[in-house]
Design a protein around this ligand. Structure first.
Ligand SMILES: [Zn+2]
Length: 997
């Protein structure tokens, strides 16, 4: 037979587009439309419903950037439609190609009952099925005129990203506001033809199945009368029943579809808009669940659930009802889908504490799955934290975005830095916005790396970010591919049901050890420096606030601010969302974040001050130093207060050949006339720290214009060119420190070098007015090292200093917490920081072997999505610690992040708990969240070795019990009879609950 495949495929495309789809709504009448524009920010629903609207017509412009407009649509169902299915079609001016990134609406009945969301791919509201004819229709639409930030020409700088700079020009034009007859049979025909057409394109062209489908499609098109599609759709469908009822082959890939709407908690819209995006999507999904008995929808991020509960009680009522049915499922167990590279140990733990607790308290659901489809890489500390939270499985697809290397597994065990293994799945569909196309399903099956030993994968299905979630079309398609020859077999399922099957079929999956590094979005470790500093400061202030408030409660009977700390923790956790802390949101989000962090600091400083004054005794009795760090400092015990011992004195003088010398008997530092560090001599070890012929404390400025994703990405070629900032405006000596001023481009910088014990402190203040530049601070070290350590959650990870393989080369920018450490056997150097995360470590070959250069990333200046990113004054604190072990690096990292606090008083404060081995680091001392008054102590082995230590409570204890992160017992309580002996394996994390006697 002649091959007419191309001809039939082209026929299908044209007839579907030009004749069959237009017949979905064969008759329509216009609705009357009126509108009230809220003067500024969104108003409560009752106020929007009660407002007096003005007439507006289809074709009229509406919607200033970030505005809210309340549309009222009214009409009457024509009598001639009696018995038909009728829908309101409300097109606010949508672009169907950008679901989630433009205007949206939520439809209400006049009594305030939410009906469903309006989105580019979801513009219908069911009026009646069937209608009687003559019904009056009145609907209200709360429409948000959110501007398109990421448009058809992406990554262009725009002022639309902040209400303060966005202007008032209307952005949208009302396109259609009609009542229309919905022809269900035509819609089903469209679904049949889409599924078969998409399937056909994925089938082998030399296989019989492809031609069976092709012939059936051709017969169906023959059966369509192009002048009477509605009258002939049923006959056309009849031609397709044969090919649609052929069952899947036994080896077909199995897809667990999970209804999903990935909603960024803030990104190209402010936090307040996410509250509404979530309400719209949840309204859509509760409505779809009512219509579709097989459908299952999962929603993550306890914060988003809490927003619905607080702000939209009518939507919350529908959600809780749907949860009770078991088909609207809380997914994961974190407060938000946070970044996991940058959050500190305790914050990462609290993401799970607050996320899991919300789902447990509200619904009795204790999930074992972690749901992080979109997070930019996964730190090696995470598996232990997941397990300590009582979970055991992880889902993400983000690693498929890596630019260089293809990850070898889709289902595997992920082993963290302490050896904990977590069952992990990467959906091979490679998207968290699956729309159930044949192309996506075929890609999942083909792409799945574990074929032959496993058969199941998960597909998060639905439009995210305000696209409205899963559509009825996706559900209709899934029904057709439930058991269809040539297609993977699709079933709606909960994440837990998927994981149970995946684990059962694959008892010995392969293992991936260490971090899951995303080979993309590396600049998220640096962009929006003040957001990152706000996070780092808040994390350490929270540590201090809990420690001192708990100490004051136990020692002085002071009230413990449970509710206040709970609220502040949730604020800080929210800002760790994967587009806020990474710096990839619009200007509005970061402007608000900076203010929020200021308020957090004010509140926490007040909590700390109140607690310390309650402990310090007579304020006229001199000055006490409070040490909130986990190590004793200058004679002040960890977690206690005392009068400190004096520190070593620094002598400062001029250097031969220009510049200055600082010497405190431990370190001798030479700064040359250009203000560059030419020598850091470790006196005790008689060893030079700076690599021969090089200079440390060197600022390096690189051009930084990535190919796309400006705030997210730094591309490797940035290193090809750069300028060393060696010209100084001023080099001077002041108060025993060397002060250097430089100017470059439109910016200036002041650096102050100070000796402090074994540390060379480097304070850097930059007045930054560059665009598309990357500022690094470099320390070439005379250390021969194949690898270096970077602090992560509850431990550290090693990375290579060389680029032997593409995997190592791809890690050209990586994350640290408080320190980076390099060493040769017996001698190492730490570089600690108070707020930077991005860094790179390279090796340099010279005549005398290789040396190691550590560079920290200070500032970037991308212009998208915030055109003014990082403009202004920034202050960073770093310290170089020659002769440092990992233990020293841990300790000094705390020192620069937890400055001592001087408080008037005379009563020395003994710590609530003391641990007699510095390898064991206490990360939290607090009162139990259940308000029982029990003291919670969390600690971990910090050096990667074994530790035997004794924890001594500084108060009478009746009982000690080991708990999980949620403070739930995991072992039998033991009667307490004195100090608690501890045995810890490398990086082991332990939480103890101490019941007070
Ligand atoms: Zn996201």
């Amino acid at each position: 037979m002649h091959d007419d495949r191309d001809l039939v495929e082209a026929r299908l495309k044209r007839v579907l587009n030009e004749r069959i789809r237009p017949a979905l709504h064969p008759d329509s009448v216009p609705l009357e439309v009126a509108v009230w524009h809220a003067p500024d920010e969104p108003v409560p629903v009752a106020e929007g419903l009660a407002a007096t609207p003005e007439p507006i017509a289809v074709g009229d412009a509406w919607g200033a950037p970030w505005g809210t407009s309340w549309f009222t649509v009214t009409g009457t169902v024509p009598e001639r439609w009696a018995g038909r299915t009728v829908e309101a079609l409300l097109d606010l001016g949508f672009d169907e190609d950008m679901p989630g990134f433009q205007c949206e609406g939520l439809v209400y009945l006049p009594d305030g009952t939410p009906v469903k969301g309006l989105n580019p791919r979801n513009q219908w509201v069911r009026v009646g099925a069937p209608v009687k004819g003559g019904e009056r229709v009145r609907l209200h639409v709360e429409a948000a005129s959110n501007p398109v930030i990421l448009g058809r020409h992406p990554f262009q700088p725009t002022r639309l990203g902040d209400k303060e700079t966005a202007g008032n020009d209307p952005l949208y034009r009302l396109t259609r506001m009609d009542l229309a007859v919905f022809d269900e049979t035509v819609w089903q025909l469209v679904m049949d033809l889409e599924v078969l057409g998409e399937l056909m394109h994925e089938l082998p062209v030399d296989g019989a199945r492809r031609y069976e489908v092709l012939r059936a499609v051709n017969r169906a098109l023959d059966a369509v009368d192009l002048q009477d599609v509605n009258g002939t759709a049923a006959a056309a469908r009849a031609e397709l029943t044969g090919v649609l009822s052929a069952p899947a082959v036994p080896s077909a890939h199995r897809v667990s579809a999970v209804g999903h709407a990935h909603i960024d908690s803030a990104w190209l819209w402010p936090l307040r808009e996410t509250v509404r995006k979530v309400a719209r999507t949840a309204s859509n999904m509760t409505a779809l669940l009512e219509d579709e008995p097989d459908f299952v929808f999962a929603m993550s991020q306890a914060q988003q659930w809490a927003w619905i509960k607080e702000h939209r009680p009518e939507v919350w009522a529908k959600v809780t009802k749907a949860v009770a049915s078991g088909r609207f499922v809380p997914a994961g167990g974190m407060w938000v889908e946070s970044d996991t590279n940058m959050p500190g140990s305790e914050a990462m733990a609290r993401q799970f504490v607050h996320g899991k607790r919300f789902f447990i308290d509200e619904f009795g659901v204790d999930n074992e799955e972690v749901w992080l489809p979109d997070t930019f890489g996964f730190a090696a500390g995470l598996p232990q934290i997941i397990k300590a939270a009582g979970s055991k499985r992880l889902l993400t697809q983000k690693i498929s975005w890596s630019q260089t290397n293809t990850f070898p597994h889709h289902t595997f065990l992920w082993e963290g830095l302490d050896g904990t293994r977590i069952f992990t799945h990467f959906p091979p569909v490679d998207t968290y916005n699956c729309s159930m196309t044949g192309g996506e399903l075929a890609h999942a099956a083909r792409n799945f790396k574990d074929k032959g030993v496993a058969r199941h994968s998960l597909a998060p299905t639905g439009w995210g970010d305000g696209g409205g979630g899963t559509t009825r079309e996706m559900v209709a398609k899934a029904a057709r591919v439930r058991d269809l020859e040539g297609s993977p077999a699709v079933t709606w399922e909960t994440p837990a049901a998927f994981f149970a099957k995946a684990e059962a079929e694959y008892p010995h999956p392969p293992v991936w050890a260490g971090e899951l590094y995303l080979e993309l979005h590396r600049a998220t470790l640096t962009s929006q420096a003040k957001t990152k500093q706000g996070n780092r400061r808040s994390e350490h202030l929270l540590r201090e606030a809990e420690l001192w408030a708990a100490t004051a409660a136990v020692r002085a009977g002071a009230p413990y601010p449970y509710a206040q700390l709970d609220r502040i923790w949730k604020t800080v956790l929210l800002h760790q969302f994967h587009d806020i802390l990474p710096g990839s949101s619009i200007a509005w989000v970061h402007r608000e974040a900076r203010r929020t962090y200021e308020l957090v600091a004010e509140e926490l400083n007040a909590v700390i001050d109140t607690a310390q004054r309650a402990l310090a005794g007579d304020a006229s009795g001199g000055t006490l130093v409070f040490n909130g760090a986990p190590h004793a400092r200058r004679g002040v015990p960890a977690g206690g207060a005392a009068r400190p011992e004096a520190g070593v004195r620094t002598s400062a003088g001029e250097r031969d050949g220009g510049g200055y010398v600082l010497d405190n008997g431990l370190l001798r530092v030479e700064v040359d006339a250009r203000g560059l560090i030419v020598s850091v001599h470790d006196v005790a070890a008689d060893r030079e720290t700076v690599a021969p012929g090089q200079v440390a404390g060197l600022l390096q400025l690189h051009p930084d214009f990535p190919n796309k994703w400006d705030a997210w990405d730094v591309d490797e070629f940035y290193r090809n060119t750069g300028t060393d900032l060696t010209e100084a405006d001023e080099v001077s000596l002041a108060d025993g420190s060397v002060r250097v001023r430089r100017s470059f481009g439109s910016s200036s910088v002041t650096q102050v070098f100070t000796l402090s014990g074994r540390r060379l402190d480097i304070d850097t203040e930059v007045d930054w007015h560059e665009t598309e530049k990357f500022l690094k601070l470099a320390f070439p070290l005379d250390v021969h090292a194949d690898r270096y350590a970077s602090e992560s959650q509850y431990g550290h990870v090693f990375r290579a200093t060389h680029t032997n393989t593409s995997w190592e080369a791809a890690k050209f920018e990586a994350c640290n917490h408080r320190f980076v450490h390099v060493e040769e056997p017996g001698w190492g150097v730490a570089l600690v920081n108070d707020s930077t995360y991005g860094h790179d470590v390279t090796r340099t070959a010279g005549d005398a072997g290789t040396t190691t250069t550590v560079r920290v990333s200070l500032l970037r200046a991308p212009r998208f999505p915030d055109p003014e990113t990082d403009q202004g004054v920034h202050r960073f604190r770093h310290a170089l610690v020659p002769g440092a072990t990992i233990g020293d690096a841990v300790r000094e990292g705390y020192v620069v992040n937890l400055p001592e606090r001087r408080v008037p008083g005379d009563a020395e404060v003994a710590p609530l708990v003391t641990v007699d081995d510095d390898a064991v680091v206490v990360t939290a001392v607090k009162l139990a969240d259940d308000e029982s008054g029990d003291v919670i102590v969390r600690f971990h082995e910090s050096r990667g070795g074994r530790a035997r230590a004794t924890l001594t409570p500084g108060f009478p204890v009746a009982q000690v019990v080991e708990t999980d992160l949620l403070e739930r017992p995991t072992a039998e309580p033991r009667r307490h009879d004195g100090p608690v002996p501890l045995t810890l394996r490398p990086f082991e994390l332990v939480t103890l609950r101490l019941k007070r006697a």
